[in-house]
Ligand binder design. Structure first.
Ligand code: CA
Length: 229
């Protein structure tokens, strides 16, 4: 389960150590030392998860969490707060700001990785390795295999990610911009038409087993993965 993780930590030694451990575990790490730098990175590409230090110079981690939660685009990005405080009251404040979890320094790399996995499983099911199946269409993230009614479906990497996202977020309409954020991790530098191209490829790959009908166009809005007409 490799995730794009934004690490916001102002102490260079701690930032280095955490980034090293996350990279070792196969994650891709973006780093920021200030709220401003963090928010700029988020603006360019939506991370899968944010590790947020509570105590930052200037705008605090708590304020960043509040801002991310207040914005429609970033509302659902999982956040884990990092802090030196072990106070129960602080923990409550941290979770009230919208953080998904809270980890007190010093922590072991193992503990951090376990927390990241748990939060991703809860908040971003497309990030986990669990196989998903909908009406005979089965996608297995571990083997990277897709089958439709038992027959193998050959998908390119983007179509695979797109289908995985759809299957783990069914029955809702996703705009092109949201899909770019969630599947490409970039809604700024990739054209929205790109989404249509990959939707077309995905549908054509699913045609044989009839599963292409699960991917519906919602006129003027975007796309939806649905078992209903
Ligand atoms: Ca700090």
């Amino acid at each position: 389960m490799a995730a794009n993780i934004l690490l916001v930590e102002d102490e260079p030694a701690i930032q280095e150590l955490i980034a090293f451990n996350l990279t070792q575990a196969g994650h891709h790490v973006l780093r920021a030392s200030t709220a401003e730098a963090a928010l700029t990175l988020v603006k360019n590409a939506l991370p899968d998860l944010v590790l947020l230090d509570w105590m930052l110079p200037g705008v605090s981690g708590v304020d960043i969490a509040k801002r991310l939660r207040a914005d429609e685009r970033t509302r659902h990005v999982p956040i884990i707060m990092l802090t030196a405080r072990s106070d129960e009251q602080d923990k409550i404040v941290g979770l009230e700001t919208g953080a998904d979890d809270y980890i007190t320094k010093p922590f072991s790399p193992r503990e951090l990785l376990a927390r990241i996995k748990a939060v991703l499983r809860r908040r971003a099911p497309q990030m986990t390795d669990d196989a998903v199946e909908v009406q005979g269409l089965r996608l297995d993230p571990v083997t990277h295999r897709v089958t439709g009614a038992g027959a193998p479906v050959d998908l390119g990497p983007t179509e695979f990610r797109l289908l995985h996202f759809f299957m783990t977020h069914p029955e809702r309409v996703h705009s092109r911009s949201q899909l770019l954020d969630q599947v490409w991790g970039d809604h700024v530098f990739v054209e929205e038409r790109t989404v249509d191209v990959h939707i077309r490829r995905l549908r054509s790959a699913l045609e044989n087993s009839g599963h292409d009908e699960l991917i519906q166009t919602v006129r003027g809005t975007g796309y939806r993965f649905s078992t209903q007409q």
